[in-house]
Design a protein around this ligand. Structure first.
Ligand SMILES: [Zn+2]
Length: 325
């Protein structure tokens, strides 16, 4: 283990031993439903995570969450409810089937419909992305991003190596134990697309996934978490019932179903670190430097001092509450 990883592990264990994650879990997670966001966890890692989580929370399906929001039924979402979601449709997801069955969870897997069933790489996995800069590519208008990547022939399927995305057969096998829903066709940053491309990505993926699974495709996850009023309008027009963002927080009966909040979990997180992530605390800390100094918020060093204590004060809780509200 590298020094940084050891430090992170020690910090996570210290946090876990302190009352803070427990406090936040009690205070915030238990008032609503948390949607966990994974991408490509190893089966043994997800197995360990689910073992821990099932001791502290109970899992419901995304449909249960959407039904509770539609009915305005907050009680169905209280008491520590979690929804498991997995983004992209990576090939490794096929190996998770026994884990879903063992723990009796029904996850939602948001797949890119023009990439699953092919040998293509996801665009950010291509060597061109390293050369061009991932964050720079995300900020470019979509047509410009595609023009730059095309110079590297990024759509050409690699001749060897394991496939990056789920095969057609794997999607079919997963559809028996998981809910397969949409993450667009090709994973562009939607807010960088023109209107026609944005519509084609949203409506095209719905019909393609329905053809894949033979079931309705009504739920969506925004690639990279980017969305605006335009994306929401197109989703509604296309007949979707929900869309998950990457905005950190919990979901209650009053949550907008086209702005569902999530909590990102690192695919390779140790159990203690995952436990801290589930509280939202780690994301809060990474966001914190950006908001330090905002009215009433403690600054980073004050918060670090708070972490060293075994409890947190009302001002810190109020600041956290504003961030996740
Ligand atoms: Zn994604």
């Amino acid at each position: 283990m590298k020094a940084k990883a050891i430090l992170k592990e020690v910090a996570a264990r210290a946090l876990l031993l302190s009352a803070i994650p427990f406090f936040f879990r009690l205070m915030f997670a238990r008032r609503g439903c948390a949607i966990l966001i994974y991408h490509n966890p190893k089966p043994e890692t997800l197995d360990r995570h689910l073992q821990y989580l099932k001791r502290h929370f109970s899992f419901i399906s995304l449909s249960n969450l959407c039904d509770a929001i539609a009915a305005g039924d907050g009680s169905a979402l209280s008491g520590g409810k979690l929804v498991l979601t997995i983004d992209d449709g990576r090939a490794g997801n096929a190996r998770l089937i026994p884990v879903f069955q063992k723990h009796a969870v029904y996850p939602t897997i948001y797949v890119c419909s023009s990439i699953v069933g092919t040998e293509q790489l996801f665009w950010w996995q291509h060597e061109a992305t390293e050369a061009l800069g991932l964050e720079r590519l995300k900020r470019l208008p979509n047509a410009e991003r595609l023009r730059l990547l095309a110079r590297y022939d990024f759509l050409k399927e690699p001749e060897q190596g394991p496939h990056a995305a789920l095969s057609r057969e794997e999607v079919t096998a997963l559809a028996a134990v998981a809910d397969i829903q949409s993450h667009t066709r090709s994973h562009p940053i939607l807010t960088q697309c023109d209107d026609d491309t944005c519509s084609a990505e949203i409506t095209g993926s719905k019909s393609e996934i329905e053809a894949f699974t033979g079931k309705p495709c009504v739920d969506f996850a925004y690639p990279n978490g980017n969305y605006s009023a335009r994306e929401i309008a197109i989703l509604k027009e296309a007949g979707y019932r929900s869309a998950r963002t990457c905005d950190v927080g919990w979901n209650g009966a009053a949550t907008d179903s086209f702005r569902l909040r999530g909590i990102p979990i690192a695919d390779d997180a140790s159990v203690p670190w995952m436990a801290v992530q589930v509280t939202g605390l780690s994301t809060f800390l990474s966001m914190h430097s950006a908001v330090a100094g905002a009215a009433g918020c403690p600054n980073t060093s004050e918060f670090e001092t708070a972490l060293a204590r075994t409890e947190t004060n009302n001002r810190e809780v109020a600041c956290f509450a504003r961030l996740v509200a």
